[in-house]
Design a protein around this ligand. Structure first.
Ligand code: UD1
Ligand code: UDP
Length: 366
């Protein structure tokens, strides 16, 4: 019997990490894949879907400019009930920790559709940081039948919260599957950068960094540029208006800074490959960059991805200007310290996570 699996994608990172699973389900002869785009992100979601050749079967087109968490959640729940009603889905898969994830898992729970949570078990232990993602993860776990944990570390977090052993499946992170897929296409950056300068690549978007922390981070980037005249900063600017305006005001006309719109995933992978050092508050970048041998300074006070920090491939530097500058100074001047970080690799998987997820669904839905 063919099993119908709904795959939800809302934002850029969800689409990147869900794409390998969608592909694997589409290739399975005993499964039907329904791609449901909430379109919590519009342009940034479409960019990713295009790169992976995915056309949503259902598109809720939910995004509003500068949307609030409550407004977004409310609209999602109502639209999801309509979209899922009558589908007769056998399972619904969500990925990560966004508002689309929480709302979809809750709607599925209300409609008695079993939920599979991809990238389950990530925790900082601080319900307000990252905000609101930590709460989204904790609540989504409660609504989940299959916890697809990327690492044993994440699985242990779920065990510590007393989830049944049989419901926890360690798969690796699907982001490594996606990265392998794109890397095989020999991605190109498509932006002219001075060949003789070392590239600093930065991304910024976290809600808990809005305001003062974001200003301190930008001060840090500015000082790193001043202290290292052979560097160029490439900063693809997230569409969130709270980030965009601040970055444009500070870096819009600055020498040795290249601002651009969010890059297509292929181009961003090329940018990571070209970079000497990556400075980011992104979740996904903490997983991808180590796989490409690139040190990352994590511009956050806490991370739910301590595996790479513990292994020595990323460094949690926080949002204080001096700490950011000190860590960048070390890596840009000390070749041994740099090489020690670059050679660690990624603890987040072998690129075969999607297959493991589909295999487990097949077993349980037979
Ligand atoms: C969201 C997720 C965050 C995730 C991030 C990935 C929540 C609460 N936050 O944060 O967990 O790490 O996505 O990037 O789920 N916008 C556009 N076009 C786009 C995307 C965003 O214009 O393609 C603008 C809109 O004005 C939108 C705003 O950005 O209202 C914020 O988008 P939203 O998804 O609510 O929050 P993010 O900060 O992007
Ligand atoms: N990314 C991209 N283009 C960019 C910046 C990032 O494709 O200009 C990719 C990046 O490789 C990673 C994902 O987007 O896979 C991370 O998304 P984001 O930082 O928005 O969200 P988070 O991972 O923090 O939830």
């Amino acid at each position: 019997m063919t099993r119908k699996i709904v795959c939800v994608v809302g934002t850029r990172p969800e689409a990147i990490k869900m794409a390998p699973v969608i592909r694997a389900i589409q290739e399975a002869p005993d499964m039907e894949c329904v791609v449901l785009a909430t379109a919590q992100h519009r342009q940034m979601l479409d960019q990713v879907l295009q790169v992976f050749g995915i056309t949503p079967d259902i598109d809720l087109d939910i995004m509003h400019p500068n949307q609030t968490l409550t407004g977004l959640t409310g609209r999602l729940l109502l639209r999801l009930e309509d979209a899922l009603g009558g589908l007769k889905a056998d399972a619904l898969l969500v990925q990560g920790d966004t508002t689309s994830v929480l709302a979809s898992a809750l709607a599925a729970f209300y409609m008695d559709i079993p939920v599979g949570h991809i990238e389950a078990g990530l925790r900082t232990g601080n319900i307000r940081n990252p905000f609101p993602e930590e709460m989204n993860r904790v609540v989504t776990s409660q609504l989940t039948r299959w916890h697809f944990a990327p690492t044993e570390f994440a699985a242990d977090k779920l065990r510590a919260e007393n989830y049944a052993e049989d419901s926890i499946i360690v798969t690796g992170n699907t982001v490594i599957d996606a990265l392998h897929h794109v890397s095989a296409q020999q991605p190109e950056l498509g932006i002219d950068l001075p060949a003789d300068r070392r590239l600093l690549l930065a991304t910024l978007h976290r809600r808990e960094n809005f305001g003062e922390p974001l200003r301190r981070i930008i001060d840090g980037l500015e000082q790193v540029l001043e202290r290292h005249p052979d560097t160029q900063l490439l900063l693809p600017v997230h569409h969130n208006p709270n980030v965009r305006q601040v970055i444009q005001d500070r870096f819009g006309t600055r020498d040795r800074v290249t601002l651009c719109d969010p890059l297509e995933y292929t181009a961003f992978v090329a940018a990571m490959n070209r970079a000497t050092l990556i400075l980011s508050d992104s979740g996904g970048v903490q997983e991808e960059a180590p796989a490409l041998g690139k040190p990352v300074l994590v511009l956050r006070e806490t991370t739910e991805r301590p595996e790479a920090v513990d292994a020595g491939a990323t460094r949690l530097v926080g949002t204080r200007t001096e700490q950011i500058v000190a860590a960048a100074d070390e890596l840009l001047t000390d070749a041994d310290a740099y090489a020690a970080m670059a050679r660690i690799g990624s603890p987040y998987g072998d690129g075969k996570a999607a297959g493991r997820i589909v295999e487990r669904l097949r077993r349980d839905l037979a």
